[in-house]
Design a protein around this ligand. Structure first.
Ligand code: ATP
Length: 252
């Protein structure tokens, strides 16, 4: 791979559900080592984009290049083998299975062996609470712990690009902070991340760059800082009105 080539390069991507176009003409790059946030309202198409990248849902038009290879027609399992791993929305751990077995499942494309055992230890180092609860059924964990397990399971595939779908969803504020901190640390450890979030403030605060998706199209893009300062993003996604307080007073 040349250094100029981004790890992920999406061009003119369209995805449909029957007659409904859910993604329209998406262009998006993620460079090696970047943390990129994709924000947008309910139903904007964020999950659809991740599902299209991981191969869960087929694209209808356009190109997806990963590490220089066009992968848009590869089956999902082959994309995992290439290094693309998705953490689905709503955690989706295997409830009756133990924490340890959930993690082992994450390495299924790699088989078993010493390297996999080392990675389980690495995940336990990242998330000590999972080590403590390794024999417990995953379904007995709290929401935040299940999210850690879902991320840990994805890490077991040794991803080069981690697709995170709303990791903060349904968590208490303190846990949300912890999850964003974990995401930031994973990225600092060298994992390239595409983070989908409705919590735009939290996501843009840790992202190198961000994109706003509105009804299937990218409408705004920039650095995390630029997006967090963008008046339209502030109004629509951060719930902040930029009308100065003094003007509000005059309106009264
Ligand atoms: P959320 O945060 O609610 O998950 P999202 O931004 O991830 O929203 P998507 O779930 O990707 O949005 O949905 C994008 C659009 O595609 C929506 O209009 C949705 O109704 C539609 N859609 C999603 N899944 C399907 C499906 N299986 N069949 C038909 N339409 C779908």
């Amino acid at each position: 791979m040349s250094t100029a080539e981004p790890l992920l390069r999406i061009r003119g991507l369209h995805t449909r559900y029957g007659a409904v176009t859910a993604l329209r003409d998406i262009d998006l790059d993620v460079a090696q080592g970047e943390l990129v946030a994709l924000v947008g309202a309910n139903g904007a198409g964020k999950t659809t984009l991740l599902n299209t990248l991981s191969g869960i849902h087929p694209h209808s038009q356009g190109e997806i290049h990963f590490d220089g290879e066009e992968i848009s027609r590869l089956k999902a399992q082959k994309r995992v083998a290439r290094g693309i791993t998705q953490v689905p929305e709503g955690r989706q751990v295997f409830g009756p299975m133990s924490v340890a077995d959930n993690l082992a499942l994450g390495a299924y494309v790699r088989g078993r062996g010493a390297a996999v055992d080392r990675d389980i230890d690495w995940v336990y180092e990242l998330f000590p609470i999972l080590a403590e609860k390794r024999r417990q059924a995953a379904g007995m964990l709290s929401g935040g712990q299940q999210q850690m397990l879902a991320i840990g399971r994805a890490l077991m595939a040794r991803p080069r690009l981690l697709l995170l779908d709303e990791p903060s969803m349904g968590l208490a504020p303190l846990l949300i902070e912890e999850i964003f901190e974990i995401v930031r640390n994973l990225n600092a450890d060298g994992i390239t991340i595409l983070l989908v979030e409705q919590n735009a403030a939290g996501a843009l605060a840790i992202a190198d760059r961000g994109f706003v998706l509105e009804t299937g199209e990218i409408t705004v893009s920039g650095t995390g800082r630029e997006l967090a300062d963008h008046p339209e993003v502030r109004r629509a996604y951060l719930g902040i009105s930029d009308v100065p307080a003094t003007e509000n007073e005059q309106d009264k």
